[in-house]
Every structure is written in structure tokens, then in C-alpha cells.
Write a protein that binds this ligand. Structure first.
Ligand SMILES: Cc1cc2nc3c(=O)[nH]c(=O)nc-3n(C[C@H](O)[C@H](O)[C@H](O)COP(=O)(O)O)c2cc1C
Length: 254
């Protein structure tokens, strides 16, 4: 039985993001999967990393986050919330993230979840990253909304290409060894529509929720965000001239 972890990064449980996450849970359960929740909507998860989460002696010489993570992992003295999130990640075969775009990025709570939960010495270390990441065999998907419409959010849109905005989050998971499916993005979602426009948006959103069964059923066939394998980089860590660039974030210098 596959296990699906759902990470909801929105402060309002009854937002569209929340309803969409519920649709993912229903579709996953209907497909016979176990479902694990990380509901970040209740404000209980503190996204700010710092010494306050750790035993004081671990950062006696100053708070060096990577070293403190490593020491806490080695000593088995992890912050309870981060440890329980890590346990879910380890158990999950797939993680589906639900969030809106806020200021051209995921909401800060999701960045903080990355900062605090994806602990050095546990989910990654120098020997275990990218192709040799500890999360090899797991797959992730971002289910995302934007307030901007589809044209504004495309490759030549004035809000910037949403897929590129998601690249740093995808690269974070790629670093851990995940495969990341092409994101599911719903544009033009906001509460300022009136009358017929509002009715049209609501109908469109109902369709998104209804289509989640199909999206989950098509999981294995869903295309992936392309990343270069480790062998595409030279000893200095630069993309070899004869290897393809898949993103403006990793490209050949002119
Ligand atoms: C702080 C904040 C920043 C936002 N920044 C963006 C943005 O950069 N691009 C965009 O398209 N929409 C932006 N929006 C609009 C949200 O993406 C939109 O309200 C959300 O996708 C609606 O989904 P929801 O009903 O689940 O909240 C922003 C909204 C907030 C509250």
C-alpha cells in the first residue's frame, strides 16, 4: 500500500488550498493509500529555525544550524515537531504539497518547514544528496494556486513563470533525492471576482476538486520536472558543456 503525505501550507483551513488538500486525501484513500497529514494551517508549526528548538548545550558555542542539526540527530535529541515531520517523510512514498503563491514563492511557513524539518545528518548529508539522496524512490507534487491569471503567469507573463517560481522548492526536494512531478497549477484564484466572474471561478474550482481522483490515478504517468543527474556536472560542480540545461537556474554561460 502506498503512503501519501499531504502538506498544507495555508493559514486558513477552509481556503481553496485546504479544500484541494482534502480532495487529495479523499482521492488517495479511495485509491487504497495510507494518508499522512502535515496541516500547517493552525499556526502551531514554528517556521523560524533557531537555538530555541534545541537543547542549549548543542549550541553552546553559537547556533550553527547545520552543525546543530547534525549533533541533535547524532544525540537523538531532535525537536519533537521536526522529528514527527521527518518520520512522516520517511514513511511516505509520495508527498503532495498544497499552497498558494505568495510574493512569487511558497508561503514562508513552507520555507520554514524545509529549513527545520529537512535536517542535515538525517535526511541529507554530503554523501547523500541529489542522485544519492536519502529520499530516492519517493515522488513529490506541488498543487498550487496563483492570484494572477494564466497569461500573466506564463513564460512571457509579467508576473513571471509560475513553474520557475517553483524551481527552488523542487530543487530542495531533488537535493534529498525526490523525483518531482510537473506541478498542478490553478491560476486566477482570488476573492475579488464578482457576479458572473465569481460564478465562473467557483465552477472552475469545483472542477479542479472533482478532477483530483483522476490526477491521483494518473500519478505514475505524470511527467517529471527534469533535473541533470550528478554525472552531468564536472569536478568543480559545473554543468558539462555537452550536457543539456533544463532550467535557467542551471544553464551554460554564454
Ligand atoms: C501575501 C500574499 C502575496 C501574494 N502574492 C502573489 C503573487 O506573488 N502572485 C500571485 O499570482 N498571487 C499572489 N497572491 C494571491 C494568492 O496567490 C491567491 O490569493 C491564492 O492563490 C488564492 O488561493 P486560496 O483561496 O487557497 O487562498 C498573494 C496573496 C497574498 C495573501
Amino acid at each position: 500500500m502506498a503512503t501519501t503525505m499531504i502538506v498544507l501550507a495555508h493559514p486558513h483551513r477552509r481556503s481553496f488550498a485546504g479544500d484541494w488538500a482534502d480532495a487529495t486525501a479523499r482521492a488517495s484513500a479511495a485509491a487504497g493509500h495510507g494518508v499522512l497529514w502535515s496541516d500547517l494551517s493552525d499556526g502551531q508549526f514554528d517556521p523560524q529555525e533557531g537555538a530555541q528548538h534545541f537543547d542549549p548545550d548543542l549550541s553552546a558555542g553559537g547556533f550553527d544550524p547545520l552543525k546543530v542539526h547534525e549533533a541533535a540527530v547524532a544525540a537523538g535529541r531532535l525537536p519533537e515537531d521536526a522529528a514527527s515531520e521527518m518520520a512522516k517523510i520517511r514513511q511516505a512514498d509520495r508527498i503532495i504539497f498544497h499552497f498558494p503563491i505568495w510574493w512569487f514563492a511558497p508561503p514562508a511557513v513552507l520555507k520554514g518547514w524545509f529549513d527545520r524539518v529537512l535536517m542535515h545528518g538525517a535526511l541529507h548529508d554530503v554523501e547523500h544528496r541529489f542522485d544519492r539522496g536519502r529520499c530516492r524512490g519517493k515522488k513529490a507534487l506541488f498543487c498550487v494556486t496563483t492570484g494572477a491569471n494564466a497569461a500573466e503567469s506564463g513564460p512571457d507573463g509579467k508576473e513571471g513563470d509560475t513553474r520557475l517560481l517553483l524551481w527552488p522548492a523542487a530543487q530542495t526536494l531533488r537535493y534529498l533525492g525526490f523525483e518531482i512531478a510537473l506541478p498542478e497549477i490553478v491560476h486566477g484564484v482570488h476573492g475579488y471576482h464578482e457576479g458572473a466572474e465569481r460564478a465562473a471561478l467557483e465552477a472552475r474550482l469545483r472542477q479542479v476538486l472533482a478532477a483530483q481522483d483522476e490526477l491521483i490515478a494518473g500519478w505514475d504517468a505524470r511527467p517529471l520536472i527534469p533535473f541533470n543527474p550528478d554525472a552531468d556536472f564536472d569536478a568543480a560542480g559545473r554543468l558539462r558543456r555537452d550536457r543539456p540545461s533544463h532550467s535557467p537556474f542551471i544553464r551554460h554561460e554564454e
